[in-house]
Ligand binder design. Structure first.
Ligand SMILES: [Ca+2]
Ligand SMILES: [Ca+2]
Length: 311
């Protein structure tokens, strides 16, 4: 006998970036209308009941034992979600990789895991974008019911995030970038005194934001972000990136200056030659100062801005 129910999450406990989702057998047949983002569907076939023992009658066999038919205790799981175009999505269970797959051109993925043990199972997921940056790992705990297929839909893998420099002079731009769900938004949370900025994700999944550091204090700061789809669903937080704002003109450690491509703390003819060598589609991603995927006149103007002693 086929049965099919759909439930909404009744418990999403977010602790250190993890989901706890317990699918209860006490479910309500209702649709997900709360914009939670994740829905769970359980469907399957009820096991064939064990036939009752014959009641007397024949008498011939006389007390033969009946071996019960062992009931299979496996379950199937389908996870559908969104990462970034071409991202490698890795799903693990019990400390071992259970599935890796590549997200499609829209960032979507669908993973099928079969013959899983029933009961409470924890899965972890992360994505690696086309530039080798990894997302944080999120975990999903489900109560898998034997002889059913549980489908989790609407999972959003947190975006990848990077920054152009770990030290920036006050007033100079900090470029924050990564990959996320195409045609969504990125909400950036910048601290120490928290404020939020928003930027759009391109069709390719790439996103970037040019942060004006003028209003930031001379201090340590951090930035992390969430993906937000056009329909309002949000991912968990990304990794947190830390950066230091120093006084205008203050020297920083070698290798921290945005325009200094050979790490000698100067922006000069050597850096210009490296920039020109990478003109167009960069062979060295560092030459793409503003992280828009190309080395062009904008990057050249950034080099001129830093020209001389570069900090
Ligand atoms: Ca240099
Ligand atoms: Ca550029």
């Amino acid at each position: 006998m086929e049965f099919r129910t759909q439930i909404i999450i009744f418990c999403v406990c977010v602790a250190v970036g993890s989901f706890l989702v317990i699918a209860s057998s006490h479910v309500a047949a209702q649709s997900n209308t709360q914009g939670v983002g994740i829905s769970i569907t359980i469907e399957g076939t009820t096991p064939t009941p064990t036939p009752p023992p014959p009641s007397g009658g024949g008498g011939g066999g006389g007390g033969g034992s009946i071996t019960p038919t062992p009931q299979p205790t496996y379950a199937n799981l389908i996870i559908r979600g969104q990462a970034y175009p071409g991202a490698v999505v890795t799903i693990s269970r019990a400390g071992a990789v259970a599935k890796t797959l590549i997200a499609d051109g829209s960032g979507g993925f669908a993973a099928e895991l079969s013959a899983l043990p029933s009961g409470i199972q924890t899965f972890s997921l992360f994505a690696e974008d086309t530039n080798g940056r990894k997302s944080v790992t999120i975990s999903l705990t489900l109560n898998l019911i034997a002889n059913t297929t549980t489908t989790v839909e609407g999972l959003i893998i947190p975006l990848t995030i990077a920054i152009s420099s770990s030290t920036v002079n006050q007033g100079q731009p900090l470029f924050i970038f990564g990959q996320s769900v195409p045609d969504s938004d990125v909400n950036l949370f910048i601290q120490s005194s928290e404020f939020v900025k928003r930027t759009a994700v391109a069709e390719s999944g790439a996103w970037r934001y040019e942060l004006d550091t003028t209003p930031l204090e001379i201090s340590d700061h951090s930035v992390r972000a969430k993906a937000q789809t056009k329909t309002g669903e949000q991912s968990e937080f990304s990794e947190t990136k830390f950066f230091r704002v120093v006084k205008p003109g203050a020297h920083a450690a070698p290798g921290t200056c945005l325009a200094d491509l050979n790490d000698d703390n100067r922006a000069d003819i050597t850096d210009l030659s490296i920039l020109l060598y990478n003109w167009g589609v960069p062979k060295n991603a560092r030459a793409d100062y503003n992280k828009d995927g190309r080395v062009d006149i904008i990057d050249f103007s950034i080099l001129l801005y830093y020209w001389g002693t570069c900090v």
